[in-house]
Design a protein around this ligand. Structure first.
Ligand SMILES: [Zn+2]
Length: 143
């Protein structure tokens, strides 16, 4: 699958799970969906991360494990949702309730699938992202 296609699927599932949560249970104080951020890491430990304001998804993991995208995205969106009520909710009662009872996933909170050294396509995307950031930085520093 192409990188762009993976990103499109993740963004789609991200929106889906956020709207699913805010329409099926208690509306959080702030209903703006968490932002999607891309990460490019060849690390087994950091496949995703979430705060109340954003979810970070590691493209290197997603491109190798497209079968786990829906579960991973739901996992992170549940973290963001839970954090709007309790900033330190982590994998506690509220997260488990959302992920298992509301969204219907049975899995544990452990990472499934594999992740190898950074894939060439991800490396290129990472470099392009760094260049984009550098250009934006330079543009912002212009008088
Ligand atoms: Zn988690």
């Amino acid at each position: 699958m192409k990188l762009r296609e993976i990103q499109r699927i993740v963004e789609d599932r991200h929106q889906h799970w956020w709207h699913f949560l805010i329409t099926n249970i208690l509306t959080p104080p702030n209903t703006t969906p968490p932002a999607v951020k891309w990460r490019y890491r060849a690390s087994k430990r950091i496949v995703a991360n979430a705060t109340s304001e954003r979810c970070e998804y590691n493209l290197n993991y997603l491109i190798e494990n497209p079968g786990y995208i829906d579960e991973l995205v739901c996992h992170e969106v549940c973290h963001s949702y839970a954090a709007r009520f309790y900033p330190r909710a982590s994998h506690g009662y509220l997260w488990k309730f959302l992920f298992h009872k509301i969204c219907g996933f049975r899995g544990t909170n452990h990472v499934k699938g594999t992740i190898s050294k950074m894939l060439p396509v991800v490396k290129v995307a990472n470099r392009a992202e760094k260049i984009r950031r550098k250009i934006a930085e330079l543009e912002n520093s212009l008088p």
